[in-house]
Design a protein. Structure first.
Length: 191
């Protein structure tokens, strides 16, 4: 299947934004990385912000597909929640532009970033609450407020992003830490 010019630009821009960051990346850098003329970029996008928004949307779509795929590997709600958290956190440890958009305070000044953050937050709460409700129905989880619990789990994951990003030496180290966090979510710290 041939990749469209717009998709080539989005993929090249993703690599360029990761390498140089949003602030330092120019439309010239993106055009060069995509092997296109700058006029080709402006045919599809008004400015660098629009390109970045498309890159983040593309990465979010990839992550959503990875999460959905990980959820189909088990029927247990406990395993689904574990797979969800592991897949999501592993992607954030690997960085990428989606993680940057959700965590970078400089980018928060752009209205499109706030929209992305809100949409992604709502998606995550909904997905986690669905897993929890499924677990309640299957009697794997106590009868709890699924939406509140989903918000709490998401808040914990967001709180762990920076320590995982900055202190993990390898992806395996990160996954081990993520699994420890999941065990705390599910089983607490009491003996």
């Amino acid at each position: 299947m041939k990749t469209s010019s717009k998709q080539q630009i989005i993929e090249a821009a993703g690599v360029t934004f990761e390498r140089y960051g949003f602030k330092k990346t120019t439309m010239d850098d993106i055009a060069f990385a995509a092997g296109k003329g700058k006029s080709s970029l402006y045919y599809y996008f008004k400015n660098k912000e629009e390109v970045f928004e498309a890159v983040v949307a593309h990465e979010a779509e990839i992550l959503v597909n990875e999460i959905n795929s990980s959820l189909t590997t088990s029927s247990s709600a406990v395993d689904k929640l574990t797979n969800y958290v592991t897949t999501r956190m592993k992607r954030f440890v690997e960085r990428g532009n989606l993680a940057t958009a959700l965590n970078d305070n400089f980018l928060a000044t752009f209205s499109f970033i706030e929209k992305i953050r809100n949409n992604y937050h709502d998606f995550e709460v909904e997905m986690i609450a669905k897993i929890i409700n499924d677990g309640i129905q299957r009697e794997e989880f106590k009868s709890i407020d699924a939406t509140f619990t989903a918000e709490a789990i998401l808040t914990c994951m967001i709180g762990f992003e920076v320590p995982l990003l900055t202190k993990s030496q390898t992806i395996e180290d990160s996954v081990s830490k993520i699994r420890s966090v999941i065990n705390m979510f599910l089983y607490g710290i009491c003996t």
